[in-house]
Ligand binder design. Sequence first.
Ligand code: NCD
Length: 343
Amino acid sequence: MGARIVVNQMPPTPLRKVQNQSYRTALMSDLRPIEKFRHRHLLGIEGLSATDIVTLLDMAEDAIEVSRQIEKKRATLRGRTLINLFFEASTRTQSSFELAGKRLGADVMNMSVATSSVKKGETLIDTAVTLNAMRPDIIVVRHAQAGAVHLLAKKVDCAVVNAGDGAHEHPTQALLDALTIRRNKGRIEGLTVAICGDILHSRVARSNILLLATLGAHVRVVGPSTLMPVGIERMGAEVCRDIKSGLCDADIVMMLRLQRERMSGAYVPSSREYFRTFGLDAEKLRYAKQDALVMHPGPMNRGVEIDSGIADGPQSLIREQVEMGVAVRMAVLAALAEHLPNG
Ligand code: NCD
Protein backbone atom coordinates (compact mmCIF):
# COMPACT_ATOMS: atom_id res chain seq x y z
CA MET A 1 0.00 0.00 0.00
CA GLY A 2 1.14 3.55 -0.44
CA ALA A 3 1.68 5.90 -3.29
CA ARG A 4 4.63 7.23 -5.21
CA ILE A 5 5.17 9.51 -8.13
CA VAL A 6 5.04 7.48 -11.28
CA VAL A 7 6.12 8.18 -14.82
CA ASN A 8 3.31 9.38 -17.05
CA GLN A 9 2.89 6.34 -19.23
CA MET A 10 0.18 3.70 -19.65
CA PRO A 11 -0.24 1.83 -17.43
CA PRO A 12 1.22 3.95 -14.60
CA THR A 13 4.33 2.36 -13.11
CA PRO A 14 5.31 2.75 -9.47
CA LEU A 15 8.51 4.73 -8.95
CA ARG A 16 10.41 1.82 -7.48
CA LYS A 17 9.70 -0.23 -10.60
CA VAL A 18 10.90 2.42 -13.02
CA GLN A 19 13.89 0.95 -14.83
CA ASN A 20 16.91 3.01 -15.84
CA GLN A 21 15.36 6.15 -14.56
CA SER A 22 16.71 8.27 -11.77
CA TYR A 23 14.51 9.46 -8.94
CA ARG A 24 15.15 12.99 -10.15
CA THR A 25 13.81 12.24 -13.62
CA ALA A 26 10.79 10.55 -12.10
CA LEU A 27 10.13 13.68 -10.08
CA MET A 28 9.55 15.51 -13.33
CA SER A 29 6.52 13.36 -14.05
CA ASP A 30 2.94 13.29 -12.80
CA LEU A 31 1.91 12.95 -9.19
CA ARG A 32 -0.35 9.90 -9.12
CA PRO A 33 -1.40 7.34 -6.55
CA ILE A 34 -0.44 3.73 -7.17
CA GLU A 35 -3.60 2.54 -5.47
CA LYS A 36 -6.69 4.18 -6.85
CA PHE A 37 -8.17 6.51 -4.23
CA ARG A 38 -11.73 5.22 -3.85
CA HIS A 39 -13.46 8.52 -3.22
CA ARG A 40 -14.86 10.98 -5.76
CA HIS A 41 -14.93 13.85 -3.24
CA LEU A 42 -13.06 14.70 -0.06
CA LEU A 43 -15.82 15.92 2.23
CA GLY A 44 -14.38 14.84 5.56
CA ILE A 45 -12.07 12.47 7.38
CA GLU A 46 -15.21 10.55 8.35
CA GLY A 47 -15.52 7.73 5.86
CA LEU A 48 -11.79 7.50 5.12
CA SER A 49 -10.02 4.29 6.07
CA ALA A 50 -6.52 4.14 7.53
CA THR A 51 -5.38 2.97 4.09
CA ASP A 52 -6.97 5.99 2.37
CA ILE A 53 -5.26 8.33 4.83
CA VAL A 54 -1.84 6.68 4.49
CA THR A 55 -2.17 6.74 0.68
CA LEU A 56 -2.71 10.52 0.79
CA LEU A 57 0.15 11.04 3.27
CA ASP A 58 2.52 8.98 1.11
CA MET A 59 1.55 10.96 -1.99
CA ALA A 60 2.09 14.16 -0.03
CA GLU A 61 5.67 13.04 0.77
CA ASP A 62 6.29 12.99 -2.97
CA ALA A 63 4.60 16.37 -3.36
CA ILE A 64 7.02 17.83 -0.79
CA GLU A 65 9.91 16.77 -3.03
CA VAL A 66 8.18 18.32 -6.04
CA SER A 67 7.65 21.61 -4.17
CA ARG A 68 11.29 21.74 -3.05
CA GLN A 69 12.56 21.65 -6.65
CA ILE A 70 13.18 24.75 -8.72
CA GLU A 71 10.85 23.36 -11.38
CA LYS A 72 7.64 22.82 -9.41
CA LYS A 73 5.14 22.32 -12.21
CA ARG A 74 3.61 18.92 -12.96
CA ALA A 75 1.06 17.90 -15.57
CA THR A 76 -1.28 15.89 -13.32
CA LEU A 77 -4.11 18.43 -13.69
CA ARG A 78 -3.13 19.84 -17.08
CA GLY A 79 -6.24 21.10 -18.88
CA ARG A 80 -8.34 20.91 -15.70
CA THR A 81 -10.17 23.79 -14.04
CA LEU A 82 -10.12 24.21 -10.27
CA ILE A 83 -12.46 26.67 -8.56
CA ASN A 84 -11.69 27.88 -5.03
CA LEU A 85 -15.05 28.92 -3.61
CA PHE A 86 -14.54 30.54 -0.22
CA PHE A 87 -17.58 31.88 1.63
CA GLU A 88 -15.40 32.50 4.72
CA ALA A 89 -12.12 34.33 5.18
CA SER A 90 -8.95 32.31 4.68
CA THR A 91 -5.26 32.97 4.21
CA ARG A 92 -3.30 29.73 4.23
CA THR A 93 -6.01 27.28 3.14
CA GLN A 94 -7.07 29.25 0.09
CA SER A 95 -3.56 30.21 -0.99
CA SER A 96 -2.24 26.67 -0.53
CA PHE A 97 -5.07 25.18 -2.62
CA GLU A 98 -4.28 27.78 -5.27
CA LEU A 99 -0.59 26.92 -5.27
CA ALA A 100 -1.32 23.19 -5.18
CA GLY A 101 -3.63 23.45 -8.19
CA LYS A 102 -1.14 25.55 -10.13
CA ARG A 103 1.79 23.26 -9.31
CA LEU A 104 -0.22 20.38 -10.76
CA GLY A 105 -0.92 22.34 -13.94
CA ALA A 106 -4.60 23.28 -13.42
CA ASP A 107 -6.23 26.60 -14.26
CA VAL A 108 -7.25 27.99 -10.89
CA MET A 109 -10.03 30.49 -10.31
CA ASN A 110 -10.48 32.06 -6.88
CA MET A 111 -13.96 33.15 -5.80
CA SER A 112 -14.16 34.78 -2.40
CA VAL A 113 -17.70 35.47 -1.30
CA ALA A 114 -18.23 37.61 1.80
CA THR A 115 -20.49 35.72 4.20
CA SER A 116 -22.76 38.72 4.59
CA SER A 117 -23.61 38.84 0.90
CA VAL A 118 -24.69 35.24 0.73
CA LYS A 119 -28.18 34.12 1.63
CA LYS A 120 -28.11 30.61 2.96
CA GLY A 121 -29.75 27.57 1.40
CA GLU A 122 -31.10 28.50 -1.99
CA THR A 123 -28.27 30.86 -2.76
CA LEU A 124 -25.65 28.22 -2.08
CA ILE A 125 -27.42 25.82 -4.42
CA ASP A 126 -27.84 28.54 -7.03
CA THR A 127 -24.13 29.28 -6.80
CA ALA A 128 -23.31 25.60 -7.15
CA VAL A 129 -25.53 25.17 -10.20
CA THR A 130 -24.09 28.30 -11.82
CA LEU A 131 -20.51 27.20 -11.26
CA ASN A 132 -21.33 23.69 -12.42
CA ALA A 133 -22.46 25.11 -15.75
CA MET A 134 -18.92 26.45 -16.24
CA ARG A 135 -17.68 22.85 -16.23
CA PRO A 136 -15.03 22.94 -13.52
CA ASP A 137 -13.26 19.66 -12.71
CA ILE A 138 -12.74 20.30 -8.99
CA ILE A 139 -14.38 22.79 -6.62
CA VAL A 140 -12.78 23.53 -3.26
CA VAL A 141 -15.36 24.96 -0.86
CA ARG A 142 -15.26 26.70 2.51
CA HIS A 143 -18.55 27.66 4.10
CA ALA A 144 -19.65 28.86 7.55
CA GLN A 145 -22.48 26.31 7.67
CA ALA A 146 -21.79 22.71 8.73
CA GLY A 147 -23.05 20.40 5.98
CA ALA A 148 -23.03 23.06 3.25
CA VAL A 149 -20.20 21.39 1.36
CA HIS A 150 -21.98 18.01 1.36
CA LEU A 151 -25.08 19.73 0.00
CA LEU A 152 -23.09 21.44 -2.74
CA ALA A 153 -21.43 18.16 -3.72
CA LYS A 154 -24.87 16.72 -4.49
CA LYS A 155 -25.59 19.53 -6.95
CA VAL A 156 -22.48 19.45 -9.11
CA ASP A 157 -20.86 16.97 -11.49
CA CYS A 158 -17.27 17.69 -10.50
CA ALA A 159 -15.12 16.59 -7.56
CA VAL A 160 -15.63 18.61 -4.36
CA VAL A 161 -13.12 19.22 -1.57
CA ASN A 162 -14.21 20.46 1.84
CA ALA A 163 -11.92 23.32 2.90
CA GLY A 164 -13.85 23.76 6.16
CA ASP A 165 -17.62 23.71 6.81
CA GLY A 166 -18.67 25.52 9.97
CA ALA A 167 -17.62 23.66 13.09
CA HIS A 168 -17.92 20.31 11.30
CA GLU A 169 -14.83 19.15 9.35
CA HIS A 170 -11.61 20.45 7.79
CA PRO A 171 -10.08 17.29 6.34
CA THR A 172 -7.02 18.75 4.60
CA GLN A 173 -5.98 20.46 7.84
CA ALA A 174 -6.06 17.13 9.69
CA LEU A 175 -4.10 15.50 6.87
CA LEU A 176 -1.41 18.17 6.90
CA ASP A 177 -1.20 17.92 10.68
CA ALA A 178 -0.80 14.15 10.44
CA LEU A 179 1.90 14.53 7.79
CA THR A 180 3.77 17.02 9.99
CA ILE A 181 3.53 14.70 12.99
CA ARG A 182 4.60 11.61 11.02
CA ARG A 183 7.64 13.38 9.59
CA ASN A 184 8.78 14.61 13.00
CA LYS A 185 7.92 11.63 15.19
CA GLY A 186 8.27 8.88 12.58
CA ARG A 187 4.81 7.51 13.41
CA ILE A 188 1.35 8.41 14.62
CA GLU A 189 0.28 5.17 16.26
CA GLY A 190 0.79 5.21 20.03
CA LEU A 191 1.47 8.94 20.31
CA THR A 192 -0.43 11.07 22.81
CA VAL A 193 -1.82 14.16 21.11
CA ALA A 194 -3.37 16.92 23.22
CA ILE A 195 -5.71 19.23 21.29
CA CYS A 196 -6.23 22.32 23.44
CA GLY A 197 -8.57 25.27 23.46
CA ASP A 198 -11.86 26.01 21.75
CA ILE A 199 -12.88 22.46 20.89
CA LEU A 200 -16.57 23.41 20.69
CA HIS A 201 -16.25 25.58 17.57
CA SER A 202 -13.34 23.78 15.94
CA ARG A 203 -13.65 21.78 12.72
CA VAL A 204 -9.88 21.26 12.98
CA ALA A 205 -10.37 19.43 16.29
CA ARG A 206 -13.10 17.19 14.86
CA SER A 207 -11.16 16.18 11.75
CA ASN A 208 -8.00 15.64 13.81
CA ILE A 209 -9.75 13.46 16.40
CA LEU A 210 -11.18 11.27 13.63
CA LEU A 211 -7.90 10.98 11.75
CA LEU A 212 -5.61 10.47 14.72
CA ALA A 213 -7.92 7.89 16.29
CA THR A 214 -8.09 6.02 12.96
CA LEU A 215 -4.29 5.87 12.85
CA GLY A 216 -4.03 4.68 16.48
CA ALA A 217 -3.01 7.80 18.40
CA HIS A 218 -4.28 8.54 21.88
CA VAL A 219 -6.19 11.82 21.55
CA ARG A 220 -6.99 14.20 24.39
CA VAL A 221 -9.14 17.29 24.14
CA VAL A 222 -8.25 19.95 26.66
CA GLY A 223 -10.20 23.09 27.49
CA PRO A 224 -12.76 24.76 29.75
CA SER A 225 -16.19 23.12 30.06
CA THR A 226 -17.79 26.04 28.21
CA LEU A 227 -15.70 25.22 25.11
CA MET A 228 -16.08 21.43 25.30
CA PRO A 229 -18.81 19.87 23.11
CA VAL A 230 -21.17 17.49 24.90
CA GLY A 231 -20.45 13.86 23.99
CA ILE A 232 -17.04 14.57 22.37
CA GLU A 233 -15.63 11.47 24.14
CA ARG A 234 -17.83 9.36 21.86
CA MET A 235 -15.51 10.38 19.01
CA GLY A 236 -12.72 8.54 20.77
CA ALA A 237 -11.05 11.41 22.65
CA GLU A 238 -10.25 11.64 26.34
CA VAL A 239 -11.63 14.85 27.86
CA CYS A 240 -9.43 16.96 30.21
CA ARG A 241 -10.69 20.17 31.74
CA ASP A 242 -7.38 21.36 33.14
CA ILE A 243 -4.19 21.95 31.23
CA LYS A 244 -1.89 20.10 33.63
CA SER A 245 -3.60 16.72 33.26
CA GLY A 246 -4.30 17.46 29.60
CA LEU A 247 -0.66 18.00 28.69
CA CYS A 248 0.76 15.31 30.99
CA ASP A 249 3.15 13.15 28.93
CA ALA A 250 1.84 14.51 25.62
CA ASP A 251 4.03 13.98 22.53
CA ILE A 252 2.16 16.63 20.53
CA VAL A 253 0.45 19.77 21.83
CA MET A 254 -1.94 21.22 19.29
CA MET A 255 -3.26 24.67 20.22
CA LEU A 256 -6.50 26.11 18.81
CA ARG A 257 -7.71 29.66 18.42
CA LEU A 258 -10.76 30.98 20.28
CA GLN A 259 -13.19 31.10 17.34
CA ARG A 260 -14.92 34.32 18.40
CA GLU A 261 -16.74 34.60 15.06
CA ARG A 262 -18.70 31.46 15.99
CA MET A 263 -19.45 32.53 19.57
CA SER A 264 -22.80 34.06 20.36
CA GLY A 265 -22.03 34.89 24.02
CA ALA A 266 -19.21 34.99 26.53
CA TYR A 267 -17.48 31.61 26.71
CA VAL A 268 -14.38 32.81 28.58
CA PRO A 269 -14.08 35.55 31.23
CA SER A 270 -11.36 37.52 29.36
CA SER A 271 -8.45 36.90 27.00
CA ARG A 272 -6.00 37.55 29.82
CA GLU A 273 -7.73 35.10 32.15
CA TYR A 274 -7.93 32.53 29.34
CA PHE A 275 -4.20 32.83 28.66
CA ARG A 276 -3.47 32.41 32.35
CA THR A 277 -5.41 29.13 32.59
CA PHE A 278 -5.22 27.62 29.11
CA GLY A 279 -2.66 29.62 27.12
CA LEU A 280 0.47 27.64 26.24
CA ASP A 281 3.61 29.14 27.75
CA ALA A 282 6.97 27.64 28.75
CA GLU A 283 5.73 26.77 32.20
CA LYS A 284 2.71 24.79 31.00
CA LEU A 285 4.64 23.14 28.18
CA ARG A 286 6.81 21.51 30.85
CA TYR A 287 3.84 19.26 31.76
CA ALA A 288 4.21 17.58 28.34
CA LYS A 289 7.06 15.23 27.38
CA GLN A 290 10.48 16.83 27.14
CA ASP A 291 10.58 16.28 23.39
CA ALA A 292 6.95 17.37 22.86
CA LEU A 293 6.25 19.36 19.72
CA VAL A 294 3.83 22.27 19.41
CA MET A 295 1.38 22.82 16.57
CA HIS A 296 -1.25 25.41 15.62
CA PRO A 297 -3.38 25.50 12.44
CA GLY A 298 -3.28 29.29 12.36
CA PRO A 299 -4.25 32.04 12.43
CA MET A 300 -2.67 32.42 15.87
CA ASN A 301 -3.73 34.83 18.56
CA ARG A 302 -0.41 35.38 20.29
CA GLY A 303 -0.82 36.02 23.99
CA VAL A 304 -4.32 34.47 24.01
CA GLU A 305 -3.92 30.73 23.32
CA ILE A 306 -0.16 30.68 22.78
CA ASP A 307 2.84 32.64 23.97
CA SER A 308 4.99 34.14 21.22
CA GLY A 309 8.16 32.55 22.59
CA ILE A 310 6.60 29.08 22.22
CA ALA A 311 5.08 29.79 18.79
CA ASP A 312 8.51 30.78 17.44
CA GLY A 313 10.55 28.47 19.65
CA PRO A 314 12.51 25.28 18.97
CA GLN A 315 9.59 22.96 19.76
CA SER A 316 7.24 24.67 17.31
CA LEU A 317 6.19 22.99 14.04
CA ILE A 318 3.88 25.82 13.04
CA ARG A 319 5.85 26.99 10.01
CA GLU A 320 6.41 23.43 8.82
CA GLN A 321 2.64 22.88 8.96
CA VAL A 322 2.23 25.59 6.33
CA GLU A 323 4.66 23.85 3.94
CA MET A 324 2.89 20.53 4.53
CA GLY A 325 -0.39 22.25 3.69
CA VAL A 326 0.60 22.76 0.07
CA ALA A 327 1.91 19.17 -0.23
CA VAL A 328 -1.21 17.59 1.26
CA ARG A 329 -3.47 19.65 -1.01
CA MET A 330 -1.43 18.58 -4.04
CA ALA A 331 -1.88 14.98 -2.93
CA VAL A 332 -5.64 15.35 -2.46
CA LEU A 333 -6.14 17.05 -5.83
CA ALA A 334 -3.98 14.43 -7.57
CA ALA A 335 -5.87 11.58 -5.89
CA LEU A 336 -9.27 12.99 -6.88
CA ALA A 337 -8.00 13.55 -10.43
CA GLU A 338 -7.96 9.77 -10.85
CA HIS A 339 -11.77 9.84 -10.91
CA LEU A 340 -12.16 12.70 -13.36
CA PRO A 341 -13.25 11.76 -16.88
CA ASN A 342 -10.14 10.47 -18.74
CA GLY A 343 -8.24 10.74 -15.45
C1 NCD B 1 -8.60 26.90 10.81
C2 NCD B 1 -9.98 26.98 10.21
O1 NCD B 1 -10.26 27.80 9.33
O2 NCD B 1 -10.80 26.20 10.64
N1 NCD B 1 -7.62 27.60 10.09
C3 NCD B 1 -7.07 27.11 8.96
O3 NCD B 1 -7.71 26.50 8.13
N2 NCD B 1 -5.77 27.29 8.82
C4 NCD B 1 -8.59 27.24 12.23
C5 NCD B 1 -9.01 28.61 12.64
O4 NCD B 1 -9.56 29.40 11.89
O5 NCD B 1 -8.77 28.92 13.82
